[in-house]
Design a protein around this ligand. Structure first.
Ligand SMILES: Cc1ncc(COP(=O)(O)O)c(C=O)c1O
Length: 386
């Protein structure tokens, strides 16, 4: 029997419910020296304090298993950061995970039953819907429209909620839209979730990267929220796979059970690095955000000059999500740019409402952004827009 046929018989049904992101395939098709605006990670190195702490930890023998829920010092330090939002927050509320992605998986395992419905943003981050499907639950997309500055429509949520709905997934600042919820929107979503007995899963991994308005967390506004966070973006340490969850205490215990079965414990040396980052890297994080702001302004200005481009200026994260009204699909435009040496992500990779959009990451130097958006402008002329 052919190997592929045997493999087909071996795997469980759930494997068929998800795909590996198509975005990776695009990278493989890119010419050498292409400018990469497809990246979902900062182009900076981690702050020097983080690097030094990790090196010292590795040299000092922190190369072994640690507590499943994370190092107590790190959990305490994270709890301290959340206490201004809820003074009762303690380390029992905090679970250190091997990245935000792992935290999201532990949540899916702990919260979703087969047949449940999970409200997920459309467009939204690529893991939310597949995680629901992997657990036998049904993702129910709610719309984020440019005309509403990518804020959820409460009336639509009321229409979508059913007896089977268990969870509302929210993400502010958003990947891919760059939308940031004002506090009044957070309050309305809390009210909605409480009225329908839903748990809120709030993905706040971009909380430090905001431009025009301050960030409003779901923590401290309700006892129905679980917060997903990560050191990947704020400390530019994506490769170290370190994040955390903040949850009501009982739920934190159950989340820890799932997390233990996924990975036993988070990486030890990376936790030492994250702790050093929390304690000492504030100025570096602020300077990264300042640079992202300058790039955001540049991207908004350059896109504003190209005909047929509609853009809501991103208020947070490091993505612009323009709609290109050029009579071509996202993939056609993205492939054309790829052939011209610029990697972007087609908007429909994030859900049906991303159709016609491109996600442009500004985790790239200003010089590269100018060159890449110059290529986009020339392509617009070629296809005869304007
Ligand atoms: C919105 C959002 N949540 C979670 C993650 C997961 O990040 P990590 O697994 O690196 O912590 C990402 C990464 O791109 C993201 O954009």
């Amino acid at each position: 029997m052919k190997e592929a046929t045997v493999a087909g018989e071996m795997v469980a049904q759930r494997v068929r419910t998800v795909e590996i992101s198509g975005i990776r395939k695009m990278f493989e098709a890119a010419p050498p020296n292409a400018i990469n605006l497809g990246l979902g990670e900062p182009d900076f190195e981690p702050p020097s304090e983080v690097i030094e702490a990790i090196c010292a930890a590795v040299r000092d023998g922190m190369n072994h298993y640690g507590p499943s829920a994370g190092l107590p010092e790190l959990r305490e330090r994270i709890a301290e950061r959340y206490r201004p939002r809820d003074p009762k927050t303690g380390r029992e509320n905090v679970l250190v995970t091997g990245s935000g992605s792992e935290g999201l998986m532990a949540i899916a395992m702990a919260l979703y039953n087969p047949g449940d419905e999970v409200l997920v943003p459309n467009p939204g981050f690529v893991l939310y819907a597949p995680h629901a499907r992997l657990m036998g639950a049904t993702p129910v997309p709610y719309s984020l429209h440019a005309r509403a500055r990518y804020l959820p429509d409460l009336a639509e949520l009321e229409r979508l909620v059913s007896r089977r709905t268990r969870v509302l997934v929210v993400n502010s600042p958003s990947n891919p839209t760059g939308g940031v919820f004002p506090a009044r929107v957070v309050d309305r979503l809390v009210d909605f979730a409480e009225r329908h007995d839903l748990t809120i899963v709030s993905d706040e991994v971009y909380e430090e990267i905001v431009y025009d308005r301050s960030f409003a967390s779901f923590w401290g506004r309700t006892n129905r929220a679980v917060i997903v966070n990560s050191f990947s973006k704020t400390l530019a340490m994506t490769g170290w796979r370190i994040g955390y969850l903040v949850a009501p205490r009982e739920l934190a215990l159950d989340l820890n059970k799932m997390h233990y079965h996924i990975m036993a414990c988070p990486p030890t040396a990376a936790q030492v690095g994250a702790l050093a980052g929390l304690e000492r890297s504030g100025p570096t994080v602020r300077s990264m955000t300042r640079e992202f702001r300058a790039r955001r302004d540049l991207v908004v200005r350059l896109l504003g000059r190209i005909p047929g481009v509609e853009l809501v200026p991103p208020a947070g994260a490091f993505y612009a999500f323009p709609r290109l009204r050029w009579g071509q699909s996202s993939s056609e435009i993205s492939m054309a740019l790829l052939r011209r040496g610029v990697i972007t992500t087609p908007g429909d990779a994030f859900g049906s409402l991303g159709a016609g959009h491109l996600r442009i990451s500004f985790a790239a130097s200003r010089a590269n952004l100018e060159q890449a958006l110059g290529t986009l402008a020339r392509y617009a002329e070629e296809v005869g827009v304007g």
